[in-house]
Ligand binder design. Sequence first.
Ligand code: 2DT
Ligand code: MG
Length: 216
Amino acid sequence: MCQSSRGALIVIEGLDRAGKSTQHARLCQNLESQGHRVNRMRFPDRTTSIGKSIDAYLKGESEQEDHVVHLLFSANRWEAATSIRAAIEEGITVVIDRYYYSGIVYSAAKGRKDLSLQWAREPEIGLPRPDICLYLDISTEEQAKRGGFGNEKYETSAMQERVRELFYKLQLLPDGQDIQVIDAGGNVAGVEKDIMERVEQMMADTRLAEDLRNIL
Ligand code: 2DT
Ligand code: MG
């Protein structure tokens, strides 16, 4: 049997209101109850000094030039990269709520010619690459049914619409090969089961016998 000892790197992505936080918590609990050691993370990590600048920007308390805030989001991942790698090498599975997929898509969704998907991706090169990215997909109608948005920067229907389109576009690009689309419009237990099946499949995969890859 070819069982690896490293942990897995699992990312949950999706639009606001898709149920990321709930599914993130359930996936972590399910993995722990199977005996895995798990580290929970989320980006942006608003607790670091870079994260505090991002938090102020998202809350509208400070302004940032679009490229600058993009690089802050990326730097917020880079400051965690060493600890992600260390945990995985130690055999701990790291489960992250949002990662560079959101980073690329939300910035590109601003629609600037000088902030393309391609440009937005560059600062992410070299970060640990997930073994799987579970993209929780919900329709615009379902998103509206789940209640209004909050007051943060990107929580408008126009922005969400562009983000949705770009998440689809990203799936057709090389980074999209790591993405598995989960229909998140159903009930919580059904979505949880779907996620668990995909994660178990991924963990059984021999790819985990190899070292964690980086984004190229
Ligand atoms: P939360 O609602 O999950 O706290 O996210 N975002 C996130 C970016 O624009 N770039 C990034 O790199 C990341 C990780 C998505 C707050 C908002 O920040 C956006 C929503
Ligand atoms: Mg949010």
